[in-house]
Every structure is written in structure tokens, then in C-alpha cells.
Write a protein that binds this ligand. Structure first.
Ligand SMILES: Cc1ncc(COP(=O)(O)O)c(C=O)c1O
Length: 378
């Protein structure tokens, strides 16, 4: 089976981890500072700090933004559930706004209608590596005095008009989960240009300690830190990131050209100036011959690691259908998510599938994947 993801782990990563082990200093320290510096430079952000994973990167940032129980945060339903869960974790209410049919990202034209007096923030998700419409989203946020947190967990290296994600909103969160474009197994990063927010983030992620560390504590915080062993892998991975993203884009372009011959396959669309980092290559199927699940099965039978990751958008997941069981429900008035109707997300949920696009694909792998399509749909 050609896998949907293949982490690149070279001698560099192994040596870097060994150096940390030999140093005896395993917890978050100077190796993490070095990774933060490299990542801030890469994204063009003023500040960056590591976290234990992408979910804690999101929840730490939301808590530092002073999002309160009962506040509303507008986000996309067509995402990994961690986006919505991070909002629910801090006691806030995820308000799902439908996506655009060709980009699968939150539709800015629908955001304005969803804003209420309880809305505090917008969390656009750059899904599969394609940036959301940040210009329009920032304009809406400015006019309503809202904060914008980019969920860039899938989008390391993506950009709009030459500016990288992570430097487009007020704050951004990244995941270094094992299958991501840049990975450390588990891990995360928060970026921002706002020094006050950065200081608060440092306290939330580290038991309310001030910058100087030690045993003075100034607010309730958590242990959402990253180990230097993990950051050592991250340093080698961030060095690989530009080439990895370039190769993902070459592979995606090759698929786009190939699928232009198929009426039944519609790829995710990059608007002018937008550059996806192609964490996933996930087109939609419009065929009379078979449905999406049948296609995924047929592809897997041909040795192609295909999946349909968000067949159930967040508002259709039991987590939200049963939100009254969540601990904050005693204090927070959640909407009835079973009444939420988001037809575009639901349709993409039924039609999308992904195929391997990672940078380790060989020419043979890509030929194999294309002939599988010819055989199945041709
Ligand atoms: C869009 C999105 N948000 C958040 C997360 C959470 O990241 P992590 O798995 O590192 O906690 C992920 C990762 O899988 C993701 O894809």
C-alpha cells in the first residue's frame, strides 16, 4: 500500500535526539528556544513558542486570548474535531459556519451573519494546507473587534501573496503530529506578533510562571510544554520544510493536470495568490459509476492509501450532538447542534477523498496511483 503519509526521519533527526539525550537536559529548554527562533523566522512572525501538540497550541492561545465560558468562537465544521474541541475545552461555544464548495474553507460571506453579541473570535482552519480567505476574515474581525486565531495545524508553509500562514491572523497554532508536513511525533507551536498575548501564552502553557521561570506563579496555567528531545527533531524538520512543501506542490500540480481529463474528479481550488502546502490532496468525486466510499475501497484494493477523513463534519459528530453531557454544559447554553444545517460541508463530506501527495512519493508511485484511477474510473 502506498501510504497517505511518510514521515522523513534521517540521520540528522537521530543525531539531534542523541545529542539531547547525551546532554542530560531533556525537558523544554535551549533546544526548544532554537526551534522557536527558526519557526518564527520561517513564518515571518515576531514570536513563537512550542507546545505539547496542536490541540494544546489552540487551547493555550484561546485561553491566553481571554476567551471566557459562554463566549462564541466562529469556526469551520469541515475540519479535524480538535479545532472545535479546543474551543469547547475552554468553555466557549463553537459556532459552525459553512465552507466554500471549491476551497473547503470557511465562507467569509457567511461569517457576518453568524456574529452575535457573544462572539469573541474567529478560528479559520487552513484545511488540507490551503489558506482560508484571511484578508476578508481580518477585515470582518477588525470591523467587529474580534480576535482571529488561525488553525494552521495542517498548513505549515502555505501562503497568501507571499505571506506565510502563522503571520496572517492575530495568533496561529500548528501541529507537529507524526503525519504533518513537519513532524515531531507529537508537538505544536503558537505564533503571534502581539507581545502582550505572547507573554500570556507563555504563562498559560507553563503553570502561570513569568518569563523568568522559577516558582512565582501569576495565573492558573497548565503544563503544555514540549520536551527538548522533541524540539531537536523539529529543528531538523523545519530545515526540510521548504523542500518538502515544494515537492508536495509539484506532486499536486501533476495530479491537477491528470484529473483535468476526468469530468468526475474536482480538486480543491487555489485562488490567485494562494499557495497550499498540500498536507493532503483531497478532490471530490462526482461520478454516476460509483460513490466515494466505493472509490476509496477500489483505490485501497489497488494499493493506494486513500481515505475520506471528514465524512462526518464536526456538527454531525456525537461529541456535538451530545454536547449536553460535556462538563461545561451546566454553565453554558449550547445550541442544539442537531438543528445545524451546513449543506456544503455535508456535501464535501460525502464527496471528498485523499490520495498520497507526500514528498517521498516516487515517479513509480505516482504512475501507479494514476493507473489505478484509469482502471477504476477510466
Ligand atoms: C486542523 C487541525 N486542527 C488541530 C489539530 C490538532 O493537532 P494535534 O493532533 O497535534 O493535537 C489537527 C491535527 O491533527 C488538525 O488537523
Amino acid at each position: 500500500m502506498i501510504p497517505f503519509a511518510k514521515p522523513i526521519i534521517g540521520q540528522e533527526e537521530i543525531d539531534a535526539v542523541n545529542r539531547v539525550l547525551e546532554s542530560g537536559m531533556l525537558a523544554e529548554g535551549k533546544v526548544s528556544r532554537e526551534l522557536e527562533k527558526l519557526f518564527a523566522e520561517y513564518t515571518g512572525s515576531k514570536f513563537a513558542t512550542v507546545t505539547s501538540n496542536g490541540t494544546t497550541a489552540l487551547s493555550t492561545a484561546l485561553e491566553a486570548m481571554d476567551i471566557q465560558p459562554g463566549d462564541e468562537v466562529i469556526t469551520s465544521p469541515f475540519t479535524f474535531i480538535a479545532s472545535a474541541n479546543s474551543i469547547a475545552m475552554v468553555g466557549a461555544i463553537p459556532v459552525f459556519v459553512d465552507v466554500k464548495p471549491d476551497t473547503y474553507n470557511i465562507d467569509p460571506d457567511l461569517i457576518e451573519k453568524a456574529i452575535t453579541e457573544k462572539t469573541r473570535a474567529i478560528m479559520p482552519v487552513h484545511i488540507f494546507g490551503l489558506p482560508s480567505d484571511m484578508k476578508q476574515i481580518m477585515d470582518i474581525a477588525d470591523s467587529h473587534d474580534l480576535l482571529v486565531i488561525e488553525d494552521a495545524c495542517q498548513a505549515h508553509g502555505a501562503e497568501i501573496d507571499g505571506t506565510k500562514v502563522g503571520a496572517l491572523g492575530h495568533v496561529a497554532s500548528f501541529s507537529f503530529y507524526a503525519t504533518k508536513n513537519m513532524m515531531t511525533g507529537e508537538g505544536g507551536m503558537i505564533t503571534t506578533d502581539n507581545e502582550e498575548l505572547y507573554d500570556e501564552i507563555l504563562m498559560v502553557k507553563n503553570h502561570g510562571r513569568g518569563k523568568e521561570g522559577g516558582y512565582s506563579h501569576f495565573r492558573i496555567g497548565y503544563n503544555n510544554r514540549m520536551m527538548d528531545i522533541v524540539s531537536a527533531i523539529g529543528i531538523e524538520q523545519v530545515k526540510r520544510l521548504p523542500d518538502a512543501v515544494k515537492q508536495r506542490r509539484v506532486n499536486a500540480q501533476e495530479y491537477d493536470d491528470f484529473f483535468s481529463e476526468f469530468n468526475s474528479i474536482k480538486p480543491q481550488v487555489e485562488d490567485p495568490g494562494f499557495k497550499s502546502s498540500y498536507h493532503l490532496y483531497a478532490p471530490r468525486l462526482y461520478s454516476e459509476k460509483m460513490n466515494r466510499d466505493e472509490l476509496v475501497t477500489a483505490l485501497r484494493n489497488e494499493g493506494v492509501g486513500s481515505r475520506a477523513v471528514y465524512a462526518l463534519p464536526c456538527h454531525k459528530q456525537d461529541t456535538y450532538l451530545n454536547i449536553q453531557q460535556w462538563r461545561w454544559a451546566k454553565f453554558v447554553d449550547y445550541p442544539d447542534y442537531s438543528a445545524v444545517n451546513l449543506p456544503i460541508s455535508e456535501e464535501i463530506g460525502l464527496r471528498h477523498f485523499d490520495i498520497p501527495v507526500h514528498p517521498s512519493l516516487t515517479e513509480e508511485d505516482k504512475e501507479h496511483i494514476k493507473s489505478a484511477f484509469q482502471k477504476i474510473l477510466g
